[in-house]
Write a protein that binds this ligand. Structure first.
Ligand code: BGC
Length: 385
């Protein structure tokens, strides 16, 4: 009988996966992820880059379920919050509390006051799914859409083109909106999001991505030690329902000053009306002026123990920094309970409630225009200081 030693078998498997000891080539794997309550079959795509970084994404909601990136020793760990089964995302309990783990957000990321706005003399009414306000596209937002998906590989870049047509009037929004969002994983450990949309009637559009990061590894404690730098010297203060008051307020001398790298936990418990309203940070920051069609630095997040550094760049004028204040241990993903402040989101966007704030940059897309927007999340490491 042929005997194979466990060591030989392990070496053989490793070589098979890495192409004989060389770095793995970029590739996409597609597998079934289950069936939604509406009977739609959805897939899970695993994107791998030449460094072995992997991102798992499903065409249900364009959700990133896992993202494994190296720390300063080269050890890969999953740095996003999420679940490993479709049913966890489609459950009634999850949809009711909806933290939007890893999801593609639309038609309008963030809040619209009272779920209403007027355009060209018509008043439109949207679902109010967050207290008195409309949040992240309402009860049937893009986070619950089964997107058409086209995986691709171009040299050492891998990605998926998601597309969807939102019918005229869907959720109360005017116009048919044709949306295409491309997720790309590049060889320099960057995840890029390219958004494109056209409409048949003037309508507000504000697309974003709602991944929660924990650079220690998901489920590995709070993000309060993460050092954050935001390239913003103003933010949009809010009322008690998290609707911007309209003011663009200087961050100078406030707990909102992240112009120098600062641990998120350093001032989060300060007595401050804005922190009280958000239960911590849950605010839109006004990024430094920049030509709108080029990428600008928005944020850097550094985790000192692992050395992981996340750099966010965007063509958008704002970024919502959300410190995971509403996580409360109700959901466990990938074997871990997600407790308060165990993940942070940096949602690049136009400002909240722009359809009702004429002096904010406009979010109205018209039939003769194209909506384009780009955001990148780049992962690297820093040596210990
Ligand atoms: C909002 C938070 C909300 C979270 C999940 C963030 O964009 O600003 O208030 O709890 O999304 O819905």
């Amino acid at each position: 009988m042929l005997r194979i030693s466990p060591l030989f078998l392990m070496t053989f498997l490793l070589c098979a996966c890495t192409g004989g000891g060389e770095s793995p080539s970029a590739h996409v794997k597609q597998e079934n992820f289950g069936v939604t309550p509406d009977g739609d079959s959805v897939d899970l795509y695993t994107l791998t880059n030449p460094n072995g970084v992997t991102m798992e994404v499903t065409n249900y909601g364009g959700i990133i379920t896992s993202l494994r990136v190296p720390d300063r020793t080269g050890t890969l760990d999953d740095v996003v919050l999420g679940f490993d089964s479709l049913s966890a995302y489609t459950s009634t309990a999850y949809r009711a509390a909806n933290p939007y783990f890893g999801a593609l957000i639309g038609r309008y990321g963030n809040r619209i006051a009272g779920g209403t706005f007027s355009l060209n003399g018509t008043t439109y009414t949207l679902a109010t799914n967050n207290g008195p306000n409309h949040l992240h596209g309402g009860r049937e937002g893009f986070d619950q859409v089964v997107w058409s998906a086209e995986p691709f590989q171009k040299d050492d870049r891998v990605g998926i083109v998601f597309s969807h047509t939102s019918p005229d009037g869907h959720g109360g929004y005017p116009g048919r909106l044709d949306v295409e969002v491309t997720y790309t994983l590049t060889p320099d450990n960057t995840v890029a999001f390219d958004y494109h949309a056209t409409t048949t009637k003037a309508t507000p559009v504000n697309l974003t991505q709602h991944s929660y990061f924990n650079l220690d590894g998901d489920g590995d404690g709070p993000i309060l030690d993460h050092e954050l730098q935001l390239y913003a010297d103003r933010f949009t203060p809010v009322d008690s329902t998290l609707i911007p008051t309209g003011e663009l307020r200087s961050v100078a001398g406030t707990p909102f000053d992240f112009t120098e790298p600062t641990p998120i936990g350093a001032r989060i418990e300060n007595t401050n009306k804005q922190l009280e309203y958000g239960g911590g940070y849950d605010h839109n920051f006004v990024l430094a002026e920049h030509p709108s069609d080029t990428l600008r630095l928005a944020a850097r997040v550094y985790e000192p123990d692992t050395g992981r550094l996340l750099t966010v760049r965007t063509t958008e004028p704002g970024v919502q920094f959300y410190s995971g204040n509403f996580l409360d241990g109700s959901f466990s993903g990938k074997g871990e309970l997600y407790e308060k402040r165990e993940g942070l989101a940096l949602e690049t966007q136009h400002f909240p409630n722009s359809p009702n704030q004429p002096h904010f940059p406009s979010t109205i897309l018209r039939p003769d225009e194209e909506y384009t927007s780009r955001t990148t999340y780049q992962f690297s490491v820093r040596d210990a200081q």
